[in-house]
Structures are given as structure tokens and as C-alpha cells.
Ligand binder design. Structure first.
Ligand code: ZN
Length: 143
């Protein structure tokens, strides 16, 4: 096994770097476009500083937080989330397990603060209708 080999293609790396910076990833932009269509433009702030887990999208007065999670980084139980790069597998498995634990702790902590949280997964965004319905139900309070 080569250590230090880059498990990502160049293209993928650009996505990863954006994900690391944690702002304006493609899935986040998609969710924000859906919110705009649902009539929630400008009613939220992004980057959730000061809240557990730094939710990507925050509706402060409604105490609702939305996480937009990449399936790989956050260990979603889907085909994409189940993939592990062959290089440095132990490193990735540990890292993703820590991300999952941190995500679960953030949702629990938000709940303790009487906030509700919704997670939208990257793989759900392949289809528009389902995540849009999920967002709408969550924000209208019926979720
Ligand atoms: Zn997924």
C-alpha cells in the first residue's frame, strides 16, 4: 500500500477542498435554491457559527437548523457513503467515524437547546421533489 497517495482525482479534490472549507458546496447551493423556490429566501443565515455542529443553514427565530451532509464525509448509509478509499483506509474509517459521532452529538445538543435539526444528504439531492418536500415539512413545522 502506498501511503500518502491521493485517493481523489483532481476534479474530486476541488470538491473536497470546498467541503473542507465548508462553504458553498454544490449540495448546499442546491438546498439553498430549493429554499428560494419554497419562499424561504433570505429568512435564514448560513454557516451556523455559535450552534452545535455549525449547521449549514439556520432559521434562528424558528430554532431550526439544517445540515447538508456529504455522504462520504459523514458516513451516510448509502452506496456512496459505504465507499472507502483503498489508500489509507484505516485513516478514513477513523475520520468518518469521528464525523458521524460529532454529527450525532450536534443533533442531540441542538435538541437539548430546543432546536430542531434536519439533515439533507447529498445523495437525496439527485432528485428534487423528495428533499424539497422534506424541507417544506420541516420548516412548516409538520415534520
Ligand atoms: Zn447518501
Amino acid at each position: 500500500m502506498k501511503t500518502g497517495a491521493d485517493p481523489f482525482s483532481k476534479e474530486k479534490r476541488a470538491d473536497v477542498m470546498r467541503a473542507v472549507k465548508g462553504k458553498n458546496t454544490k449540495p448546499e447551493l442546491k438546498v439553498r435554491a430549493m429554499l428560494r423556490e419554497l419562499g424561504y429566501a433570505r429568512r435564514y443565515r448560513i454557516g451556523g457559527a455559535g450552534l452545535p455542529g455549525k449547521p449549514d443553514i439556520v432559521f434562528s427565530s424558528a430554532r431550526k437548523a439544517i445540515f447538508v451532509h456529504g455522504c462520504f464525509w459523514h458516513g451516510h448509509e448509502c452506496a456512496r457513503g459505504a465507499r472507502t478509499p483503498k489508500a489509507n483506509a484505516a485513516y478514513w474509517i477513523g475520520k468518518i467515524a469521528r464525523n458521524r459521532a460529532r454529527d450525532a452529538a450536534a443533533v442531540t445538543a441542538l435538541g437539548a437547546m430546543t432546536w430542531s435539526a434536519l439533515t439533507i444528504w447529498e445523495c437525496e439531492l439527485r432528485d428534487e421533489a423528495t428533499p424539497s418536500k422534506k424541507l417544506s415539512a420541516f420548516l412548516s413545522g409538520s415534520a
